[in-house]
Design a protein around this ligand. Structure first.
Ligand code: 4AD
Ligand code: MG
Length: 430
């Protein structure tokens, strides 16, 4: 019976054949332990010298790391391994011998691993992170589909810059100037007026010269947008959504969280509702904590965000930022000129901002004024302003960064390990 590692539990006591690669091995004169992987999982294969043909044992001892092979053997329960099964190997058929594999079980430097990302992806830890990423994606579609949202795909080639012009990837669109999308939000607002509750999920680009553990040049964003949703309604969707994906990973990625040695007790606490702190109070809190480098009106840096997040076990919303710090489209506070109806969601454990969101301006004249103030009242935003002329309604939305979220849930230090082929400052290879 030909099967996969993920499916072996169905065949306990039976012989199966699996196409695998050799991840690692240990052997003595009498027994060889092969760590095998097939993409669906990892399993230990055991070859006992005096139970198999001589040639099988010789093969087991001599095969090199990452050689591909078909193994045939009996599936056994194995209480000692977290996976729960091992394979008593009877037959080995080599498909392709690997030449000296560059990534060995010893420690390698990060640059070396990043240069070999096409191979590094095969390792157990990277496999676990990709599985968790996939679960976050799966749970995202499930959450929004279960809650009456329609997926809408905004364009990637655009003429507008929702988050400001400093971080744009410019390109040519035949004779016109175009940009790679830094956010689909403006288009999602149009879609929300057509479909009520919508979400997008796609790549976004920021030509940011930031070299931190939280910044990618190309990252994936989930952007929901909801007609008739005001500031508070927006926060409720966010806390329910984030709780849902964390609980989904806890339920469906136990092995992977184990491989990553993630402290799951911390994740188990992630349930709605989430705490909130206003920007005003956050500034005061930081001053009380002894931060002398921040004043009302300043944006938070990573150390500030981390200090705030450390006071909570759950993600925390920082609400009502100064108008001057945020993009042109945010709805002003009803009784204050100086702050807007927005919130950033800060993950625990130093992972920083995972969501940025707000209520949007729906008044035509106010939006026109804001566009003017930002020097954006030109052709590229004409359609966006027009949305406010035909039954404009209060609406809100947010953007969640997939890689930062996966980094936090997986407990990996740097976002570069949470996307298959990271695009970083100075890195376009592989
Ligand atoms: O806060 P941002 O810039 O918000 C927007 O783009 C809004 N238009 C979204 C919306 O309301 N529809 O980005 C949203 C999130 C951040 O909180 C962060 O998680 C992620 O996107 N993000 C990045 N992730 C990795 N690398 C970068 N350079 C990122 N920039 C933002
Ligand atoms: Mg932001």
């Amino acid at each position: 019976m030909k099967t996969t590692i993920a499916e072996v539990g169905k065949y306990v006591g039976q012989d199966v054949t699996i196409g695998v690669w050799l991840a690692n091995k240990r052997s003595s004169g009498k027994i060889a332990f092969l760590q095998l992987r097939d993409g669906t999982g990892f399993i230990q294969g055991v070859v006992v010298k005096n139970e198999v043909a001589e040639e099988v044992f010789e093969n087991a001892k001599s095969i090199t790391q990452e050689t591909s092979l078909y193994v045939t053997g009996e599936v056994r329960e194995d209480k000692r391994s977290p996976f729960g099964y091992e394979l008593g190997i009877k037959k080995i058929e080599i498909i392709h011998d690997a030449i000296e594999y560059p990534i060995t079980p010893k420690e390698h430097g990060v640059e070396f691993l990043m240069d070999h990302r096409h191979l590094w992806l095969r390792s157990k830890k990277q496999h676990a992170v990709m599985k968790i990423r996939n679960e976050v994606i799966r749970a995202t579609y499930e959450f929004f589909n279960n809650n009456g949202f329609t997926k809408v795909d905004p364009p990637i080639l655009t003429g507008s810059a929702p988050e400001g012009t400093t971080e744009l990837f410019a390109t040519k669109y035949f004779d016109e100037d175009a940009y790679l999308s830094q956010s689909g939000q403006l288009y999602m607002e149009a879609a929300a007026m057509a479909l009520g509750k919508v979400f997008s999920f796609g790549p976004t680009f920021r030509a940011e010269k930031s070299k931190t553990r939280r910044h990618l040049i190309e990252f994936w964003m989930i952007e929901p947008e909801m007609a008739f949703y005001e500031f508070e309604d927006n926060l409720r969707v966010q806390e329910e959504y984030v709780s849902y994906i964390v609980q989904s990973v806890l339920n469906n990625c136990k092995l992977e969280l184990g491989v990553l040695e993630r402290d799951v007790a911390k994740l188990e606490k992630i349930t709605a509702p989430f705490p909130r702190i206003s920007y005003d109070d956050a500034i005061q809190f930081l001053k009380d904590k002894g931060f002398t480098d921040i004043e009302w009106g300043d944006d938070f840096g990573a150390p500030h965000e981390t200090a705030i997040a450390e006071s909570y076990e759950k993600p925390v919303f920082i609400t009502h930022y100064p108008t001057t710090l945020k993009p042109f489209y945010m709805q002003p506070h009803p009784t204050r000129e100086d702050v807007v109806l927005c919130a950033d969601l800060i993950a625990p454990e130093g992972y920083g901002e995972i969501i940025g969101g707000s209520e949007r301006i729906h008044d035509h004249n106010l939006l026109k004024q804001r566009l003017e103030e930002h020097g954006l009242l030109d052709g590229a935003y004409k359609w966006y302003l027009e949305l406010r002329q035909y039954g404009s309604v209060p609406h809100s939305g947010f953007g969640l960064g997939l890689e930062r979220t996966v980094a936090w849930i997986s407990g990996v230090e740097h976002v570069r390990e949470t996307i298959p082929f990271p695009r970083l400052l100075n890195r376009l290879y592989p």
